[in-house]
Design a protein around this ligand. Structure first.
Ligand code: KG4
Ligand code: ZN
Length: 341
């Protein structure tokens, strides 16, 4: 494919159904997101079977809505991209089956996209996108990774979490504070009223060299602090603040180290925790001091969305990559296994 193409993107890897239409020349034409938070909140976490069933219910109506919002029909689509992994197997299969079926029906190529590549390249949906090479801090509910990005499909993992992901630590600590699921954003809101000096949480693995993370100890530290103190609203806010400060500090220290190591002049924040404003502010300050440019997508493209999948699919389809007739998903899939575009 060499001329302009309009691509439909389908994201169903976890608990958001995200649909988008991206045009290689005009950019993003329309996108919609349906979040399943209400369904899973009552169970305190994502229930995979409920996630798959809800994707089945919502995906086709959302595709119709998104095409209508872009003033298009299926006949205007030249390719379909869907999330192929990593994620929940049942949820991924819904998007993959739907994507492959639409491709077959419309007689257009389809391509399976790596969810994390979507997050890393989401800033390219915005004006003034970063230029290669750059360092990406990928912080989501399932991943905390520092990635050296030399180009599309050229990823080297420099640091990874040994246990809980940053978002998972936010969610578990939020649950301990009685904030429901997923509690990352609620915890951040509560932390705004917290006293930053009352409690001090450790900065895990910053006292030794290396770029790996470990966040599960912070959750235990939060639990012990909650049990040792009165349960008033101010105390909860103070604990939330101490926890958030510890995560933000730890992520900032490791980003600084990785920038030292690579000498890169560009940093990208991607994934749901990238929506955290304290983190954005701290990284902004650190980058300004070092003359490094910082990019992050708008808030709704930090969390899961179809736009990033449509964008990556568009790049890969234009490079001549597409699937055969079989339907495969990869619940586990390493970024470093991707092919270069
Ligand atoms: O990228 P994402 O939407 O889904 C995954 O691929 O995991 O990330 C979701 C994660 C959740 O853990 C959620 O609590 C966290 O991002 N999150 C936040 C904030 N908004 C979302 N964590 C901290 N502060 C926020 N403002
Ligand atoms: Zn995600």
């Amino acid at each position: 494919m060499n001329t302009a193409v309009t691509i439909l993107g389908i994201e169903t890897s976890c608990d958001e159904t995200g649909i988008a239409v991206y045009d290689s020349e005009l950019g993003l034409l329309a996108h919609t997101i349906h979040s399943q938070t209400d369904i899973h909140a009552q169970w305190g976490g994502v229930v995979p079977e409920l996630a798959s069933r809800d994707h089945i219910r919502k995906a086709i109506p959302l595709i119709e809505d998104t095409l209508a919002a872009a003033n298009l029909t299926g006949k205007d689509i030249q390719g379909v991209a869907y999330t192929k992994g990593p994620g929940l197997v049942g949820a991924l299969l819904v998007g993959a089956m739907l994507g492959r079926t639409l491709g077959f029906a419309w007689n257009v190529p389809t391509v399976g996209v790596h969810h994390l590549e979507g997050h890393i390249l989401a800033p390219f949906l915005e004006p003034n996108p970063p230029s290669f090479p750059f360092l990406a801090l990928l912080v989501s509910g399932g991943h905390t990774e520092l990635v050296k990005v030399e180009g599309i499909g050229q990823y080297e993992i420099m640091g990874d979490t040994l246990d809980d992901a940053a978002g998972e630590a936010f969610d578990k600590t939020a649950k301990l504070l009685g904030l429901g699921y997923p509690g990352g954003a609620a915890l951040a809101k509560l932390a705004e009223c917290g006293n930053p000096t009352r409690f001090h949480f450790p900065r895990p693995m910053t006292d030794r060299p290396g770029l790996d993370f470990s966040f599960s100890g912070l959750k235990t530290f939060a639990l012990n602090t909650i049990e040792a103190n009165p349960q008033d609203e101010q105390t909860k806010a103070d604990i939330a603040r101490a926890f958030e400060d510890a995560v933000v500090d730890t992520l900032t220290i490791k980003c600084r180290r990785a920038l030292d190591q690579t000498q890169f002049k560009s940093l990208v924040i991607a994934g749901g925790v990238g929506a955290n404003s304290a983190l954005r502010q701290r990284l902004q300050e650190m980058c300004a001091k070092r003359g490094v440019s910082l990019s992050f997508p708008r808030l709704e493209f930090c969390t899961d969305n179809g736009a990033m999948i449509a964008y990556v699919g568009c790049q890969r389809l234009m490079a001549g990559e597409w699937d055969g007739l079989d339907v495969k998903v990869y619940p586990r899939w390493l970024l470093s296994d991707l092919s270069q575009v």
